[in-house]
Design a protein around this ligand. Structure first.
Ligand code: MG
Length: 224
């Protein structure tokens, strides 16, 4: 396989941000009188904010949240996230991204997040320009639908068979596999490996550091 493009998920892959998101979701739903465990945040990771809220509403009330509900709940969640210091970068990823670019491999970020500060941050920390970021603002359905990864394939102007995805979340892996892309899972969260393997991850590693070193040393077996 000649790899032409690599698509990186953001939370839990480029930034150690999932503990912040999990705490923020738990506190946000608690304020609504809704029980939501940290594990629920990891299971739903990858969804857009509105999709997470609708998933909870459908489970509890059997219908989607209204636009007002979504605005109120997601607004509060964003406010709580902003009270935390910025999440640190995941180890080894800046080095891996630079190495891929030096090897003429395109790199993109594919995230369900849509914070306005995203583009500046990804540019400053990892050298991504706006054309190489597919965010929650670019999609209608978002993960676990293959849509965001199909948009990435289109932007890269290559075939899905020549792409690789790096994901940490079950629903992100589901989206990637539904787009027919070779998928590397890194288990950087709180879920057992089986959650990631059951969605069809082709390779599983325990940390981004391990992934970065193995890839740059030619020790990863990537075959579509
Ligand atoms: Mg993630």
């Amino acid at each position: 396989m000649a790899i032409k493009a690599v698509f990186f998920d953001m939370d839990g892959v480029l930034y150690d941000s999932m503990p912040i998101h999990a705490k923020s979701w738990v506190a946000t739903f608690a304020a609504e009188g809704i029980s939501f465990e940290p594990k629920d945040a990891y299971i739903n990771e990858g969804r857009t904010g509105s999709s997470t809220i609708n998933t909870v509403y459908n489970r509890l009330f059997g219908h989607d949240a209204t636009d007002e509900d979504v605005k109120r709940i997601y607004g509060r969640k964003t406010q709580i996230v902003d009270t935390f210091p910025p999440a640190p970068k995941m180890k080894g990823m800046a080095e891996l991204i630079t190495w891929l670019r030096n090897n003429n491999i395109q790199t993109f970020v594919v995230t369900g997040s849509r914070q306005p500060s995203l583009v500046n941050k990804l540019g400053h920390d990892f050298g991504f320009d706006v054309d190489h970021i597919i965010s929650g603002a670019d999609v209608k359905r978002g993960k676990p639908d293959p849509e965001p990864y199909l948009i990435a394939v289109e932007r890269a102007k290559v075939s899905a068979a020549d792409c690789v995805v790096v994901e940490n979340a079950p629903l992100g892996i589901r989206a990637s596999k539904a787009a027919d892309i070779f998928t590397i899972a890194v288990n950087t969260g709180d879920l057992e490996d089986s959650y990631l393997l059951n969605e069809g991850a082709d390779i599983l590693l325990g940390s981004t550091e391990e992934l970065s070193e193995a890839w740059r040393n030619g020790e990863l077996k990537i075959e579509s």
